[in-house]
Design a protein around this ligand. Sequence first.
Ligand SMILES: [Zn+2]
Ligand SMILES: [Zn+2]
Length: 365
Amino acid sequence: MTSKDDLYVILEVDRTASVNDIKRAFRKLARRYHPDINPGDRYAEDRFKRITEAYEILSDPMKREFYDVNGFYTDGVLEPNRQETSWRFSFQGFNFSRSTDVDFSEIFSQARRPERRDPQRGQDLEHPISISFEESIRGRTARVSVARMDACGTCNGTGQAPGSRESVCPECLGIGKTTRTKGHLQFAVTCGDCGGTGRSVTPCRDCGGEGRRSRTELLDVNLPPGVASGSRVRVPGKGNAGRYGGPAGDLYVVVTVAEHPFFKRIGDNIQCTIPLTVTEAALGTKIEVPTIDGPAMVRIPPGTQTGQILRMRGQGTPSLLNPGMRGDQYVQVKVMVPRVADERSKQILRELAKLNPQDPRSNLW
Ligand SMILES: [Zn+2]
Ligand SMILES: [Zn+2]
């Protein structure tokens, strides 16, 4: 065995080095020779492989003891059961206890293409608002206070401290994954230090690396004329800020319109009920009817029946779907029957019945 094959020489440690010395030495060398730092460098790749193999043996007290006595170590020379004793220590999840099975070319290719965080669009947000019936007809500008995630101004949304440089994650050495051991099984898990990116950045102090900060913003939202209960008025880009370069979401202002005591809205139409006297309904007349534009004259034709519906064209609400158009107002007539108590009125009604004999139930049989 030449000295360049000596595991202690490869790891640049004393033969008396403690477990911690070996761990420190490995981390230092692995960072220097990791293929992610030396892309395409065959020599570095070879060194990294040898460093890793040396570490795998010297960090394991059983294997190290065998190596110290025999001057070599290969897998299988120790009894399988002894290999899995609990005093095998794990180097922060970077466990090479099965490293002879590790396909380094696979690790290298992963290291060259670390998992990148894909741009994520920010979440859409909803904000409720209640307005009066009149406001829904005219439209209005509403000032809303919205708590949203905004891009951090300190780091411009990168999450990285200004002026700091990106480096290889020291925990996973750029691979983006670490190995976790459970019993005899090993799992590759996403590196918790770098979130699988394989990159290490100095997090921005103001946003903790999130790239976004919660802030409450006052926004003037334009509610168009004709906005209705359940309308979702979109404010582009005022949802949460995106992540990793993704666009911001949108804000939706969700409208609730208070009920009106007289007008009822159905789509773009307005419905209302108007009482008429028997005389008005029988003889016909002109009456004033409230509309959203103020009182308007409506002609009641002679012989109007209770429940009959009259249409006032173009007196409905402004249409959101067809700007410039308006719905209609539908006026339902309710004929009020007089409560007569005096003899004279009763007599007139009896005379009226005599003059106009009719059976309103004649068509029931
Ligand atoms: Zn920041
Ligand atoms: Zn990592």
